[in-house]
Write a new protein. Structure first.
Length: 149
């Protein structure tokens, strides 16, 4: 079964494996995103990574200049972006690119939503994200009844 804990841990492990040991976190101020960032932070620190700066933003934020300036003033290897709304993520992504931020980006499953893929495929090229893999042949899956639309 997929969980926030698994996603946060996998991204932390991948960042450390890629030798991105100094990271900035940008998190949407929602319960889900904060929870996921917490799991990431704890696992990343345990693996030897250092959170250099962590910034939160409110849903529907459209100006990230202050956050970007703070991050740009730090020595980091990568940025972990943890949005909950694709619209806000795309604004942040665009402003990161406009301000010359060319660090490796990590993200959660919202960073590859249909809206993002359709409208910002060039901008998200190279982003690393965690997403649950659905295995219809798994014994646990077969033991459950799912209803879809």
């Amino acid at each position: 079964m997929a969980s926030d804990a698994y996603s946060g841990k996998k991204i932390a492990e991948t960042a450390v494996q890629n030798k991105h040991l100094k990271i900035a976190i940008i998190t949407e101020n929602t319960e889900y995103a904060i929870s996921l960032s917490k799991v990431f932070r704890e696992h990343y620190n345990r693996l030897g990574g250092e959170i250099v700066i962590e910034e939160k933003f409110e849903t529907n934020t459209n100006d990230f200049k202050t956050i970007i300036a703070k991050i740009n003033s730090k020595e980091i290897d990568a940025i972990y972006i943890n949005p909950q709304t694709p619209q806000t993520f795309t604004i942040l992504l665009k402003q990161l690119k406009e301000n010359g931020i060319n660090k490796q980006l990590y993200g959660n499953e919202y960073t590859r939503s249909k809206e993002v893929l359709e409208n910002f495929s060039k901008e998200i090229e190279g982003i690393i994200f965690a997403e649950a893999n659905f295995n219809e042949n798994d014994a646990l899956t077969k033991s459950r009844t799912f209803y879809g639309i």
